[in-house]
Design a protein around this ligand. Structure first.
Ligand code: ADP
Ligand code: MG
Length: 254
């Protein structure tokens, strides 16, 4: 049981307007691993991540979260009910570039909202979890303020706490630091590094090469919807196989 991968993507393909944006992707994310997804803009990184919690529906191929196939019910072969899908989405947390905090709720309320209304927890239980998670990301002091008063880095840390509060098995991050001022990037990466050390399973789309190199177990490179290279970070950054990755690394080092 325990060696079942956290995520298994098998021969995944997806088109938008007759253009293949994902082509025959195979990817295994083991439990406790951090997988970084690199690639230039438009290469399909967000689409791949969004397929992993069915925000996008692939045209072909399968995705399993643990042992459970997402999107199609294994037993009936029918599309999953909204209830089944919601349950799977609880197992797969997602953090976006744009934070998506609720502006009319305080920091603490942002974290407790889904615990109270989706997980139907008691106030005490929800508040206890919020305290733990806000403390983890260093945002407990700001628990009573509204998001508008926070910096981008602080907002993103609250968004991470909100996602963690649902106890996901896997965390997906789509360029979590791309919308931040440069001096705010480090505080978010530090939280993510800490999560990796705590054993969270994470898939991270990022342009932060140092982070990818230091924290990942595997680095994956997408080019025009194809997974063209996959390797442990040292190998990926020092001895890439494909010309395309060599060229990419030269560009980002300049
Ligand atoms: P990345 O995250 O690597 O920048 P995306 O996954 O966002 O790439 O996009 C891959 C390709 O799919 C791009 O050409 C993009 O324009 C296209 N695309 C993404 N989402 C949609 C959509 N909802 N409708 C049509 N085309 C889309
Ligand atoms: Mg993207």
């Amino acid at each position: 049981m325990s060696d079942t991968p956290a995520i298994t993507v098998n021969r995944l393909s997806k088109q938008f307007d007759n253009v293949e944006v994902l082509r025959d992707i195979n990817l295994t994310v083991n439990k406790g691993e951090v997988v970084s997804i690199l690639g230039s803009s438009g290469s399909g990184k967000s689409t791949l991540l969004r397929c992993m919690n069915w925000l996008e529906q692939p045209d072909r191929g399968t995705i399993h979260i643990g042992e459970e196939r997402i999107g199609i019910d294994d037993q009936t072969q029918q599309p999953m009910s909204n209830k089944q899908l919601a349950r799977i989405r609880e197992r797969v947390g997602m953090v976006f570039q744009s934070f998506n905090l609720w502006p009319h709720l305080t920091v603490r309320q942002n974290v407790t909202e889904a615990l109270l209304h989706v997980k139907k927890m008691s106030k005490e239980e929800a508040n206890q979890i919020a305290t733990t998670q806000l403390e983890k990301v260093g945002m407990l002091e700001k628990q009573h303020v509204y998001p508008i008063t926070l910096s981008g880095g602080q907002k993103q840390r609250v968004a991470i706490a909100r996602s963690l509060a649902m106890s996901p098995e896997v965390m997906l991050f789509d360029e979590p630091t791309s919308a931040l001022d440069p001096e705010r990037v480090g505080e978010v990466l530090a939280v993510m590094k800490q999560l990796s050390q705590e054993g969270y399973t994470m898939v991270v789309v990022t342009h932060e090469m140092e982070f990818a190199r230091a924290v990942s177990d595997q680095v994956v490179f997408l080019e025009k919807g194809k997974l063209i290279e996959q390797a442990p970070p040292e190998e990926f950054f020092t001895n890439p196989k494909s010309e395309r990755v060599k060229q990419f690394l030269q560009t980002v080092r300049q």
